[in-house]
Design a protein around this ligand. Structure first.
Ligand code: PEP
Ligand code: MG
Length: 942
């Protein structure tokens, strides 16, 4: 009768992992390759899915299991449940994508009060037989009946104490028998039912329990973290037992074919003699380093080395192998690709290429972008690190220093003013996302490796220490205490997300070293990829860093970031608040040399590579003080003034706060102080004529801030709309660019400036702005204008711009898709608020496949980009196109960009190497797909 729900090992192979799970497929593959694998069979993932549909084992499955058991019986010359020669089996989970330790396993199944005696007689070793039986009852109790393991451990401990046994090995057969009785009573008491003596009942219950373990909470969390689909299900492997705990010529262990921490090509692992599988992982006895096996059992060691080499060659990857030695015979119980550190991953991939096992393309395809993330983050300069005041969980790699802040809003506000901050919270919630985003690192006193803070920080590649219990936070008082020291808001902190350490002060950080293997791999990537990789850099340091990581240009220099430094902000405010053209011109005149030297330094750092400078983009109110703070201060000054007026009646009346309605003029109000903040509010009522003047200035400022207020600032007076209304601002920036170009040319430095106009939605906007650029170029460069190869282009951030791409392209040398704003406007989701409100819910509940601000939305935003590129290129085939939103550093989005034929992606400096690899992977995949489709076509033709 044909089988529907299971497959014997010799019937399967590696390619059937979807059906047999990784473990089942590999056991099948090893069996077919002739390695010593105990016989067995695999119940498929399809049966698991059917189990979840029907809430019971699917019809016919158990009949097939019984038949398959008969085959095992013949092979082993034993019978399941036969007291004379009992067959024992293991029942193990095995998912398609490896989920180490997340699901359940039962060993020694088939033992009962009778067969245990048979096993004792057959092996002439009652101690061994009863040891196996007590292990089975314990595993069965925890896995099938869900009794906490601690109950069993307690009884075991008590038994050992009562018998003065220091180790499991010194427990006698009689003592094990006593424990078996205790365990059985424990099950009866806690589960309300007896441990089953019918071996097929055991098997039935065990298979069901393994299926159930697919949905235990740790497996669910692991799947969510690793993007493993819930509907995959697990397979169940039923395999004849071999016993590492039979005698001193037996043992069990785990080896990696290479060192998983460093990647060094030596066998790495541990083993225990006279022990069963779980002992190695459970830490009951300390395992020996695998090198010891060479002395203990030299012939077995030789065999193991040979098998490891064979398996690595066969699977063309570093393997993690479980083995058992039964009375001098070596068996393979499992092989899978071994988990490894980022550093090891690079070394292993490069060495496998050198050994001729992998091609360069295959090695590139194996690189996990998240691995690179770990390799590229700064780490602590250990020579300068003080003792940690507390340690939490190392939740997201990299070290970070910053000033402590206790709320997400504060983190955002401080970061906006250019400060490095560490967000310190008891735990984070989705509402804190903007704070996590703004902070250099995150520290929480509660929560584990899968807490919100940990998951989010890892997703962002941001250092994070979670669950630091030594930290007591008093958020209301804006302070925390750790190791007896108080951290107030603004105090410097350093966290190390790789080890979990928390230190007070600003500990120097070391930039990541790019290992020789990583550099080699990146070189291979560059040889393969077609798409260029630029960086988003707003200052010379970031530009230099980006170049050291291999950036081939600056794809976005956000010039507003140059306006935010404490020295410049007052001048910017003076420019915004200028009463007259003359005052504005004066302020712009002060800013120009600063911008000029910024631009020149970036040009120098990029040494002739393209530098895309975006003219001012955000709404002007972002440079002014917060209205609420101003009003608080006003209330304070007015109250004090009234108090003074009561004691000196001749004082003038306060002019009062101007109404919002009559404050709409474009440029009114005096030049003001910029340091209005809660801290500067005086404590009491002694006022002077100077404070009257301050009050008047404050009121003018309030009028101005209200005048600039917009209900929807992100859809308001920003981007090129500013340039059109205030051409003198863009004019100054353009002049600074060309002045910097001249400075560099004078010093013999090549430059390739690209001037980028933001937020264009209509071709006329770009036309006017381009005219402005050309006019200033003419003024600055005169007859030399044609000798400086500058380009003018635009960001495509508004859906209308994408839809009218050909008209806009008529005035553009390049398009840079600002996918942050384009996503915001296409979805109608606020990029500042959506994640903290509904978007996380959408993603968690699979309404959306991904967060569209992280992964480019193929169907909507992608379609707009594709359409814009295709239509614009029909008019201007050489139009340069790229992406400079956050998506430029996301591997999945990079693949889509390659597919749509973009010329470059631009991302933050630290993501440049990731983008280089991802661009190469996209190229390799595309070539592979083309090859396959050609082969397909040929098949059809022939
Ligand atoms: C964008 O919108 O994608 C972009 C790069 O600009 P910004 O993030 O500065 O708005
Ligand atoms: Mg934008």
């Amino acid at each position: 009768m044909s089988k529907q729900w299971l497959m014997h090992f010799e019937e399967g192979n590696q390619s059937l992992a979807g059906l047999l799970g990784g473990k089942g497929a590999n056991l099948a593959e090893m069996t077919r390759a002739g390695l010593a694998v105990p016989p067995g069979f695999t119940i498929t993932t399809e049966a698991c899915r059917a189990y979840y549909l029907e809430s019971r084992l699917p019809g016919g499955l158990f009949r097939e299991v019984r038949e398959a058991m008969t085959v095992l019986e013949v092979r082993k010359g034993q019978r399941f449940g036969d007291a004379a020669a009992p067959l024992l089996v293991s029942v193990r989970s095995g998912s398609v994508t490896s989920m180490p330790g997340m699901m359940d396993t039962i060993l020694n199944l088939g033992l009962n009060d009778e067969t245990v005696q048979g096993l004792a007689a057959a092996t002439n070793n009652p101690r061994f037989a009863y040891d196996c039986y007590r292990r089975l009852i314990q595993m069965f109790g925890t896995v099938v009946f869900g009794i906490e393991g601690a109950w069993f451990e307690k009884k075991l401990h008590a038994l050992k104490e009562a018998h003065a046994a220091h180790s499991d090995q010194s427990v006698t057969a009689e003592a094990w028998q006593e424990l078996i009785g205790t365990y059985k009573s424990l099950i009866l008491k806690r589960a309300g039912t007896a441990f089953p003596q019918d071996v097929y009942e055991q098997l039935h219950m065990a298979v069901e329990a393994v299926f159930r373990s697919w949905n235990n909470s740790r497996a669910q969390i692991y799947r969510r973290l690793n993007g493993i689909p819930d509907e995959q299900g697990t397979a169940v492997n039923i395999q004849a037992m071999v016993f590492g705990n039979l005698n001193e010529a037996s043992g069990t262990g785990v080896v990696f074919t290479r060192n998983p921490s460093t990647g060094e090509g030596v066998l790495f692992g541990e083993y225990l003699t006279n022990a069963q599988g779980e002992d190695v992982v459970a830490g009951v006895r300390t395992p020996q380093p695998i090198a010891g096996l060479q002395q203990d059992m030299p012939a077995i060691y030789e065999q193991l080395v040979a098998m490891a080499g064979l398996l690595e060659k066969h699977y063309r990857d570093m393997q993690d192998i479980e083995f058992t030695i039964e009375n001098g015979t070596l068996y393979m119980l499992q092989t899978r690709s071994g988990k490894r550190t980022a550093q090891a991953a690079m070394r292993i991939a490069v060495e496998l290429v050198r050994a001729g096992i992998l091609t360069r393309e295959e090695a590139l395809m194996r690189v996990e972008p998240s691995h690179l993330d770990q390799l590229l983050h700064p780490s602590l300069d250990e020579s300068a690190a003080p003792a940690a005041l507390g340690t939490g969980l190392p939740a997201s790699p990299g070290a970070a220093c910053g000033q402590a802040v206790f709320t997400a809003d504060e983190a955002q506000e401080q970061a906006r003013s250019g400060k490095a901050v560490i967000l310190v919270r008891t735990e984070t919630t989705p509402e804190d996302i903007h704070g996590v985003l703004a902070a250099r690192g995150v520290l929480t006193s509660r929560g584990g490796m899968t807490s919100h803070a940990a998951v989010v920080a890892r997703g962002m590649g941001k250092p994070c220490v979670c669950g630091c219990e030594a930290l007591v936070i008093h958020a209301k008082q804006r302070r925390a205490v750790i190791g007896g020291q108080t951290i107030a808001e603004g105090d410097w902190l350093t966290i190390d997300g790789a080890t979990g350490r928390v230190m007070i002060g600003e500990v120097p950080l070391k930039e990541a070293d790019m290992s020789a293997e990583l550099l080699e791999m990146l070189q291979w990537a560059d040889d393969v990829r077609g798409m260029k990789v630029y960086a988003n850099a707003d200052n010379p340091e970031d530009a230099a860093k980006a170049r050291s990581f291999g950036a081939e240009g600056v794809g976005l220099c956000r010039t507003e970031h140059m306006f935010l430094s404490p020295q410049r902000l007052p001048i910017v405010q003076k420019m915004i608040l200028a009463d007259t053209e003359a005052v504005r011109a004066e302020a712009l005149g002060e800013l120009l040399p600063m911008q000029r030297s910024d631009f020149a330094a970036i040009f120098r750092a990029m040494a002739g590579l393209p530098v895309t400078i975006r003219l001012l983009d955000p709404p002007l109110h972002e440079f002014l003080p917060n209205l609420e703070d101003l009003l608080t201060r006003h209330a304070h000054l007015s109250a004090a003034r009234k108090e003074r007026a009561a004691s000196t009646p001749e004082t003038d009346e306060s002019p009062g706060i101007p109404a919002a309605a009559n404050s709409n003029e474009r440029s009114s109000g005096p030049v003001i102080r910029s340091d209005v903040s809660r801290e500067s509010i005086p404590a009491g009522g002694r006022q002077s004529p100077e404070s009257d003047l301050e009050l008047q200035q404050l009121e003018a400022l309030i009028r101005k801030v209200r005048g600039l207020h917009e209900v929807n600032p992100m859809l308001g007076q920003r981007g090129c709309r500013l340039g059109i209304l205030f051409p003198e601002i863009y004019g100054m920036q353009i002049e600074a660019i060309f002045a910097a170009v001249q400075d560099c040319i004078r010093d013999g430095i090549e430059v390739s400036p690209e001037i980028m106009i933001p937020l264009v939605g209509h071709a006329n906007e770009l036309r006017i702005m381009r005219e402005l650029v050309d006019q200033v170029a003419q003024k600055m460069l005169g007859d030399n204008r044609n000798a400086v190869p500058y380009r003018v282009g635009t960001m495509i951030e508004v859906p209308r711009a994408a839809l009218t791409a050909p008209q806009i392209a008529a005035h553009a040398d390049f398009f840079s898709f600002g996918t942050n704003d384009l996503t915001q406007m296409t979805f109608g989701y606020s990029r500042d608020d959506a994640e903290g409100k509904f978007l996380t819910h959408y993603v968690d509940n699979k309404l959306l496949p991904d967060n569209p601000f992280q992964v480019l939305d193929r169907d909507g935003v992608g379609q707009l980009i594709d359409l814009a590129v295709t239509r614009a290129r029909a008019l201007k085939p050489k139009l340069k196109t790229g992406v400079c939103g956050e998506h430029g550093g996301d591997p999945k989005s990079i693949r889509l960009c390659r597919e749509m034929g973009l010329d470059y992606v631009s991302c933050s400096p630290y993501r440049v190497p990731i983008a280089r690899i991802a661009a190469a992977q996209a190229e390799i995949e595309a070539a592979e797909a083309e090859k396959n489709s050609l082969a397909e076509q040929q098949k059809i033709v022939s």
